[in-house]
Design a protein around this ligand. Structure first.
Ligand SMILES: [Zn+2]
Length: 183
């Protein structure tokens, strides 16, 4: 991993200085990925950009086991063609251009999901049968965010381009999809 930093004036508040950090990751399969992080020192301007520097993107199923807090920092890049699932939490993000789930870490995915679930919960009538189930899910999510619930994050990408950069490589598996599996 190599990293360099440079700065520009903030386009949002025009007062702060944005520090841009450029990080080059070497992926396990010898590919490279460039991550640009923009962060203003005065306002809340923050942006992550990711540029996969590779032409060799295998399609396949990526599986990451999350069993502790450190695993939550594993980085996730879901391409628009990738499907993201956490079966234990009934979370599913279908392929499609949902920028929220492009580039983040496991924690970021849980946070966005928790937010969506609590909005859903708050819109239910108080006598709704679903409340018990939803509150159990909210509890599980809280545990998951503290690293106290074991779960599995799966990305199925039939086109290639999605990545998981695990904190702990022993918890990550990649299964290449054969042409036949796609039909
Ligand atoms: Zn700013």
């Amino acid at each position: 991993m190599t990293q360099e930093e440079f700065s520009i004036k903030c386009p949002a508040c025009e007062q702060g200085i944005i520090v841009i950090s450029k990080t080059m990751y070497d992926l396990p399969d010898k590919d490279k990925m460039l991550i640009l992080k923009f962060e203003c020192d005065k306002c809340s301007f923050f942006k992550n950009d990711i540029i996969p520097l590779t032409t060799n993107m295998d399609s396949g199923v990526m599986t990451l086991e999350i069993t502790n807090e450190a695993d939550l920092k594993s980085k996730i890049y879901r391409s628009p063609m990738g499907k993201l699932e956490i079966p234990e939490l009934e979370l599913e993000v279908e392929p499609g251009p949902r920028a929220d789930f492009y580039y983040t870490n496991v924690e970021g995915i849980l946070l966005r999901f928790e937010n969506a679930v609590s909005i859903y919960r708050n819109n239910l009538e108080e006598d709704d049968q679903q409340i018990v189930e939803i509150e159990k899910l909210q509890n599980d999510l809280k545990k998951a965010m503290k690293g106290k619930l074991k779960f599995t994050l799966i990305i199925t990408d039939t086109q290639g381009g999605s990545y998981i950069i695990p904190q702990d490589k022993s918890k990550y598996t990649f299964e290449k999809l054969m042409k036949n599996d796609l039909e």
